[in-house]
Ligand binder design. Sequence first.
Ligand SMILES: Nc1nc2c(c(=O)[nH]1)N[C@H]1C(S)=C(S)[C@@H](COP(=O)(O)OP(=O)(O)OC[C@H]3O[C@@H](n4cnc5c(=O)[nH]c(N)nc54)[C@H](O)[C@@H]3O)O[C@H]1N2
Ligand SMILES: Nc1nc2c(c(=O)[nH]1)N[C@H]1C(S)=C(S)[C@@H](COP(=O)(O)OP(=O)(O)OC[C@H]3O[C@@H](n4cnc5c(=O)[nH]c(N)nc54)[C@H](O)[C@@H]3O)O[C@H]1N2
Ligand code: SF4
Ligand SMILES: [Mo]
Length: 741
Amino acid sequence: MEQYRAYRTCPLCEATCGLEITLQDGRAVEVSGDKLDVFSHGYLCPKGAALHHLHDDPERLRAPLVKQNGRFVPATWDQAFAAVEAGLKPLVEEYGRDAVAVHMGNPCSHTMAGVLALRPMLKALGSKNIFSSSSVDQLPKHLSCGLMFGHPLTIPVPDVDRTHMLVIIGANPLESNGSLATAPDWPGRLRALKKRGGKLVVIDPLRTRTAELAHQHLAITPGTDALLLMAVVWVLFQENLASLPDAALYRGLEELRRACARFSPEAVAERVGLDAGQIRQLARELASAPSAAVYGRMGTSTVAFGALSSWLVDVVNALTGNLDRPGGAMFATPAHMPLKRKPGGKGWRMGRWQSRVRGLPEVLGELPVCTMCDEMEIGGEGQVRALVTVASNPAMSLPNSRRVNDALAGLDFMVSVDWYVNATTRHAQVILPPTGPLSTAQYDFVFYGMSLRNVAHYSPPVIPKPESELDKWEILYKLAMIFQGQGAGGDVGRMDDFLAAKLVEGAAGKPGSPLSGKQEEIYQALAPYRGLERVLDFMLRTGAYGDGFGLNPPGLNLAKLAKQPHGVDLGPLQPRLPGILRTPSAKVELAPQPLLDDLARLEALLDEPPHNGLLLVGRRHLRTNNYWMANLPTLVAGKPRSVLWMNPADAAPLGVASGDLVQVRSRVGALTVPVEITDKARQGVVSLPHGWGHDLEGVRMSVARAQGGVNSNRLSDDQAMDPLSGNAVLNGIPVVVEAAD
Ligand SMILES: Nc1nc2c(c(=O)[nH]1)N[C@H]1C(S)=C(S)[C@@H](COP(=O)(O)OP(=O)(O)OC[C@H]3O[C@@H](n4cnc5c(=O)[nH]c(N)nc54)[C@H](O)[C@@H]3O)O[C@H]1N2
Ligand SMILES: Nc1nc2c(c(=O)[nH]1)N[C@H]1C(S)=C(S)[C@@H](COP(=O)(O)OP(=O)(O)OC[C@H]3O[C@@H](n4cnc5c(=O)[nH]c(N)nc54)[C@H](O)[C@@H]3O)O[C@H]1N2
Ligand code: SF4
Ligand SMILES: [Mo]
């Protein structure tokens, strides 16, 4: 019984920790933090430590399921793909490609296949009804960065390790481990910031664990961050504190100055729930700190002014001279992306098509999930009749989840690429489970693009993929071939070769490019690899640190990276302006017109009387991962977490005590849940975590079911949206709470 160790990065959240996995007889028996990992240095959280339990979860599907007479039966891959073709082909033929929608979930951004293999599938399908978890999450940030910097993935991150002052708005990295700001060990990084004399401010309606760590906690009224940030901008202008280090790099300063006229600290204070003095102090400290970074996340994006707040975070970073400087908000230089030095480009556009029913604009090739049910339920030409889900649980994760469940139940056909029979996949006719998390390779394309340090890490599979299983990319390519009309019998290898050839021809066929005419050399260099590894090798070689297929021999390629089981450190973040800009002006657009136009809505908020009922916000817990890790006993151990936080002042009139059941009602639904009376929630705010309520008919996640709890999305409203980005509002939902009988 020989033990050995293998290393890989954790695919469960954005922190990308290095794991050391102990194997015995071909099974993983323990997961700990990899002390030699160049980024995480041994840090891990309880979820990473449970990765082998996920791999071995007996309820994680190992083979496809196909529904017969309303019941799932095991099927071979050939049978399952044939069933997909038989289900989808007639629908496409009769109703067109838009009749098939796709919903892609959060784990898609954590897998190589999600990043590289989904796009070919979507292209082959050619439907405009593409949805994803982005529009219940970070779409506003893509929008604001697309408009400001010319590319929606050009997202600045707070340089936490070097900053003198960090302002965290609507994020709770002590539980979430960070988001749109990749770094292992946020707790350690925040403590180090304090230890070196830096200041930490947290703006959050809840006194979260992150807020408890801060020097200052500002308990803001939910949904009002855009007002707060506008007032900060106002102070910066009013007190002549706005200073752009290189004014020639920016456009729109005067427009901004005019735009903030109405938003003085005094004008917004009551609405925001903070003192005007606190707002002034925040602006002054940000301006005077040797370096400072404002960082906003879920609390700034899943709100009615998501795009405005996401934009203003970076406006404040720019105006205080902190954009693109060490200790400020900086851009990563990931190893898989080419380093362009010449600024300028076509800019970024949204609204290239509209949704059929509500006419909502496309953003990033997607339509807002808030209108997915409309497209499914409302008849007419172009109605959605079938759905493909990939690593997602929309029946739980989308607002007004009851309606989503009804809509899914009403579809003609559904196929799910997923590991579990959960609230969503129970509606499917076919479930296609990819191989387990330890049997697939890992490279974090998405998160190295938003990393607090430049690193690269490739992890090969730890446990060989069983013969009978397929990797996710193979499943997605197979679906692509079905959509292309090649049928269920198509050869994945041919599709893979075809896509690789396109990549090579694209690079070598470009006149003037240094690789022009070098097809043969490129093919030869890539010859050891197939599948996604081949694409990764290509990207690394043509990337910022790459060997350029021989143009820069000491540079990086996959073979070199694979020899480094603890990853490669590529150093601290470097200034990237102006080369990174893709705006037609080749400048940072401080005041893009669509955002200026949306300010009228924000001004109107100033004229409304403050909301005097309760507002519901969410919360995350270190041991959860959205809706899908609740089936692992080690992660659900402890006190029940599906509990409503309520301030004592709000609870007193109801005569309820901690542990009592209360009924929570919103415009769309009601649920009953135990209450915990705590001043962690500011007065007027109640909080319920998402991720619970799995005990639905047909769900095969026995541990998660046994936890009970409620799905907070029974309360969130699918009609509440940030109109500019189409993002859902998951925070700041008006609710009524009463004692339950
Ligand atoms: N343990 C764990 N980690 C996770 C996840 C998980 O489910 N569990 N999910 C992952 C995913 S998909 C994501 S997107 C990230 C999210 O990462 P974070 O954004 O860090 O996580 P949240 O807990 O949603 O933090 C949002 C905070 O905003 C506050 N808030 C709510 N409304 C407002 C508001 O109007 N204004 C302000 N200023 N604050 C507000 C909430 O009280 C909450 O503390 O976490 C990731 N990491
Ligand atoms: N009320 C409320 N709702 C929320 C949020 C909130 O804060 N409050 N947060 C929102 C956010 S930020 C997000 S990102 C969404 C998440 O919403 P979703 O992405 O819809 O939900 P997940 O729970 O992440 O579902 C992931 C699914 O993928 C499967 N899976 C995991 N890994 C893999 C894999 O490698 N391959 C395949 N094929 N399948 C895999 C799991 O079995 C699970 O079924 O939820 C959103 N919903
Ligand atoms: S913090 Fe995130 S990446 Fe690190 S071990 Fe936990 S889940 Fe995995
Ligand atoms: Mo998310």
